[in-house]
Design a protein around this ligand. Structure first.
Ligand code: MG
Length: 259
């Protein structure tokens, strides 16, 4: 066996090991729309994603809409700078900058930026269309296709208020992690439909705390939004959720360090 062959083989083995290793942070902290608040950054900007990565969050959440010409963009609201996203072209939307000078990110730009690191997962929220359920499903299909094209699967967990969009993602990528946001399905219903978990308003979980253990017993993950007060963060941590979505990742890290 030649030295070169041995060298090539060991290089291949090391590459394989590093490829299969899951190096994402494990600390439950999901920055809601990136880590924007403490530094006055625009929500859902590349800068707020970068800050979530710098903090070492387990995940950074972002919201996705589809423009009138079928392009995927990152924005929380259904409008960008007062312009409705679903009935406006990407070119028109890009004329209006975020407060830090960034253009509204396309999902492709956002994913490519997030894929430059392997500590923080990208929590990809598919927004329900205001036009039709069919458009929500079309958006979901485009999201899955883009994630597949970029080979971004290991970075992405999906969340959505649209049950139909969630089912569409599960149908198109049975290995995708999809959590449901609306709070009107019990753990067994989500399990039966193939969901990865739930990500419910903390008010739902305070009302039905038994769902936390029921979900985890079924192998589902538990996440809650948007948990910002010290009191709520402490209460939820006592329930041992899998993730906590917050506008205040710095505060959550501080509480975790003190425990
Ligand atoms: Mg969101």
């Amino acid at each position: 066996m030649s030295k070169f062959f041995l060298f090539a083989l060991s290089f291949f083995m090391v590459s394989l090991a590093s490829f299969s290793q899951n190096s994402f942070n494990k600390n439950k902290v999901i920055a809601h729309r990136g880590a924007w608040k403490a530094n006055g950054l625009p929500q859902n900007s590349l800068a707020s994603l970068n800050q979530a990565v710098e903090l070492g969050c387990e995940g950074s959440e972002f919201d996705v809409w589809m423009t009138s010409d079928g392009k995927l963009v990152v924005s929380h609201d259904s409008d960008h700078d007062g312009i409705p996203i679903e009935t406006t072209t990407l070119k028109e939307l890009r004329k209006h900058r975020l407060s830090n000078g960034e253009k509204i990110p396309t999902v492709e730009e956002y994913l490519k930026k997030g894929m430059k690191q392997q500590g923080t997962k990208l929590i990809f929220e598919i927004k329900p269309s205001k036009i039709s359920t069919e458009r929500s499903e079309e958006l979901a299909a485009k999201c899955v296709a883009l994630v597949k094209k970029l080979k971004a699967e290991k970075w992405v967990d999906y969340i959505t208020f649209s049950y139909e969009a969630g089912l569409k993602v599960i149908e198109l990528d049975p290995n995708a992690n999809v959590a449901y946001l609306t709070g009107n399905k019990n753990p067994q219903e989500l399990k039966d439909a193939g969901f990865f978990g739930f990500d419910y308003n903390i008010k739902v979980l305070k009302d039905k705390p038994e769902w936390i253990k029921e979900a985890q017993a079924l192998g589902l993950t538990v996440n809650a939004w948007t948990v910002n007060s010290k009191e709520d963060l402490e209460w939820l941590l006592d329930q041992n959720p899998d993730f906590i979505t917050t506008d205040q990742p710095e505060l959550l890290f501080e509480i975790l360090r003190s425990r």
